[in-house]
Design a protein around this ligand. Structure first.
Ligand code: HSE
Length: 313
């Protein structure tokens, strides 16, 4: 049994990407959560330390995404080991940046490494999805898949894990701005309409298909035209103060498109080139500041690698 501490990183992610509710997501380079895991022979899973969460996350392993992920992994792979887990929470909670997914993914990459890296990244996905179910009541894959696999992913079918990596242009940059309010994913999902008009459905699937084509053809104009959301944005924007002013500020600053990151309140924009990404990030922060909302900004290329083992000694 490997009793070394294994430390792994799980990156933040932007889910939905405007038109792809529950089917699109991509990974950022930073920020992300760090999780350390050490095997033992107790047969029990214990979370011994959590930092950076203001004591808001559950310490009980069966209620915490890290604990659930590790427990699912050990049970399914027929290991009788126990494990000790430390979580360094660097992502804000309820931010729309895939916070619960990043912790679960980092824990899984660490425990997989501790047991000899026997499972592929894709084989780890069901455990991470189960952890998402504990965190927000829904086992959606559009945060955990890009966090684990890296890149821009399309979840064609989450039951059969038919997940496709979509190539992206190298000078595509993401901006994520997190205003200092919290939205629970479970609440944001509750708010979604249960049915769509045919007109909206046609518009949305036109855009999802076109966004994939735009990314693969490196057609920035098509990417820009496709970043439209007639499904989640009209409902969820109500929870984000100043949302449409913020979006307009991003577009005026030259963003290809701007939308709600995951279930919010963070907003994301896609930009061509790093210089424009900085201009857009500042414009978005100023727009939030105008309505007295403090925020943090993150600028990143698409992270093609995903989660990583940081150390193993
Ligand atoms: N697709 C999910 C949702 C992502 O929008 O509810 C949550 O981060």
């Amino acid at each position: 049994m490997n009793t070394n501490w294994i430390k792994a990183f799980g990156p933040a992610t932007v889910a939905n990407v405007s038109c792809g509710f529950d089917v699109f997501g991509f990974a950022l380079h930073q920020p992300g959560d760090e999780v350390e895991v050490r095997l033992n022979d107790s047969g029990k899973i214990l979370i011994t330390e959590i930092t950076g969460d203001n004591h808001l996350l559950p310490r009980e392993a069966h209620l915490n995404t890290c604990g659930v992920a590790v427990q699912q992994f050990l049970q399914t792979t027929n290991h009788s080991y126990g494990a000790e887990i430390k979580l360094n929470k660097k992502l804000p909670l309820g931010s729309g940046m895939g916070s619960s997914a990043a912790s679960a993914v980092a824990a899984l990459v660490a425990i997989n490494h501790a047991t000899g890296d026997k499972l592929s990244r894709k084989e780890l996905l069901p455990f991470a999805m189960e952890a998402e179910r504990i965190a927000c009541g829904s086992a959606h894959a559009d945060n955990v898949a890009p966090s684990l696999l890296g890149g821009f992913v399309l979840i064609r079918d989450k039951e059969t894990l038919d997940i496709i990596n979509i190539p992206t242009p190298s000078d595509l940059f993401a901006v994520v701005v997190h205003p200092h309010i919290e939205i629970k994913t479970s609440d944001a999902r509750q708010a979604m309409r249960k049915t769509l008009s045919l007109t909206d459905a046609v518009k949305q699937w036109g855009n999802t298909a076109a966004l994939v084509a735009g990314l693969m053809k490196e057609d920035f104009n098509l990417i820009s035209r496709s970043l439209e959301d007639v499904v989640a944005e009209p409902v969820r924007s109500i929870f984000i103060p100043g949302y449409y002013q913020v979006k307009q500020a991003a577009l005026q600053a030259g963003a290809l498109g701007c939308g709600i990151s995951g279930s919010g309140p963070s907003v994301f924009a896609l930009c061509r080139g790093e210089v424009n990404a900085h201009v857009v990030a500042s414009a978005v922060q100023t727009a939030f500041q105008d309505i007295k909302l403090k925020s943090d900004k993150y600028i990143s290329e698409i992270n093609l690698v995903g989660a990583q083992v940081l150390s193993s000694d």
